[in-house]
Structure formats: C-alpha cells, structure tokens
Design a protein around this ligand. Sequence first.
Ligand SMILES: [Zn+2]
Length: 295
Amino acid sequence: MTYIGRFAPSPTGPLHFGSLLAALASFLDARANNGKWLLRIEDLDPPREQSGVKEQFPLVLEAFGLCWDEELSFQSERLQNYDDVLNELANQRIAYRCNCSRKQIIERCSNMVYDQHCLYHPPEPEQQCAIRVRCKDCLISFRDIIQGAHAYNLNNSGDFVIYRRDNLYAYLLAVVVDDFLQGITHVVRGSDLLDETARQIHLQQLLGYPTPAYAHIPVAANPEGQKLSKQTFAPALDTDNPIPALFQALVFLDQHPPNELLYASKDELIAWAIENWRIKDIKQTMAKPLNTTEQ
Ligand SMILES: [Zn+2]
C-alpha cells in the first residue's frame, strides 16, 4: 500500500500543543504504515501571517524528532495551480462570481445559507468578486477512521467560497489542490476540520481527484473548554524540553506510553510510539480537556 501523509500548519502563530497533536498523530500514522510524511506550510493569507514563524516550523518539528520526507513546500508557490483549477470550474459553469457583502447575505438569507443570487444575477465584469462553487443536491458521506460515519447535505450550508473577495484563494480550494498534487492518501488532522471535509470531498469529486482517507483526532481544550489555539493564547512549544509534551501528546491520543519513557531520549520515545501506534485506540470524541488525560 502506498501511504503519503502530511502536516500542514499555517504561519499565523507559533506551533503549540494542539499543533503537536496533529503533527505527531499524522507522523506516527505515516511511519507505522511505512509511509511518507510531508510538511507543507499553508501560507495563503499574508495579512494574518506572523513574521518569522514559518521559518521556525522546521526547527520546532526537528526538535520534537518529527522529520519529514521530500522538500518542505509552501502553498504560496502553487498560486498558478489554484488559478488553473478556478478556471476549470468556471468553464464547467460549476463556479460563479459573487459580489454579495456579508451584510447583504444576512439581510436576504435568514439562515445564512447563500441564496445563489449571483448565479442568476451575474455581477458586472469589472466588479471585485468572490467565486463560489455550486453544490445543489449534494449528499456527501464518508467514514472517518476515528470519528466514524458522517453524511452532510451541502444544500444545508449552501454554495461556498473558493476564492475570496479580498483576492485570496480560500483554504478549502488550496488544500484540495495540494493534497491532489502531492498524492496525499491519508489526512490525519484536528476534528475542528471535520465539518470542512464534505466540501473538500465535493471539490475532489468535481475535479476528478481521488478522496484520501480521513482521520480527525480530538482537539485539546483548555480548562475553559476552548480549543487550544493561537486565538486562545496557547503557549508555544518548548523546543529545549520536548519529552514532557511528546509524552503528554501520546497520553492524549490514548496510546498509553509507559512512564519510564519520560526518562528516555527523544529518539527512543518516538521509536516506541511508531512501534506501538494504534490509531483505533483514539477515542471517538471531538474534543477533550487536557487536564483529565493523566493516567
Ligand atoms: Zn452573490
């Protein structure tokens, strides 16, 4: 079996414990399956980027013993590919221009589901527009390796944006194109992206791309119940002392590392984790607090 996995952080802030969970789980699943593991920097949103952060990512991952295969890649290097796909969808009349403001959508659509106004009233060519994808009568179902069977009717969320009105490619489009171009077969990432998966599968189907296997790990929450993230001020990973965080991440992922690994080297700990990786042991839950994962 060919296995190509990836970790794809965005440089909006330093890597934190939540990032480590996604990096470690995707790394271990790839290595346990004799697969490749790629590192991709999702630098598509320059205004939200924090300077100096993306240069740090490779150093932080190395400090945690997570070594990737092939060249590190950047989404900002693939803008032409995204543009080609936009044109392809527009030519098939699957994508259309929309210049509705958020305010107009709120006023017209009480449920916030876009009403396809611009599909029937195309904006003038000179107007600055977003680009939306049609998803009429789209029932998407998939079986997540951790979160089980899911089915979404995309009509409930409406035609979605793949190119933003502020001239940026939407994450949804870029991630689908990247996963295809890089031959990704397995996506292991945080459960906060589970709801995006159906739209990504819809795009894959429109473009004739294969759908990778998906595994959405639970996200770590702080004592207030908020997801650990840059927005909730999760502290940056301590590269001088990787063992405690790696150990805690394995506990969080229900891998039951023996306590003596706390005194092992980073390489020993990672080797144990690859050998003993059981993705099926990760409990089916979307989020759990960090402080109740102690054994
Ligand atoms: Zn519109």
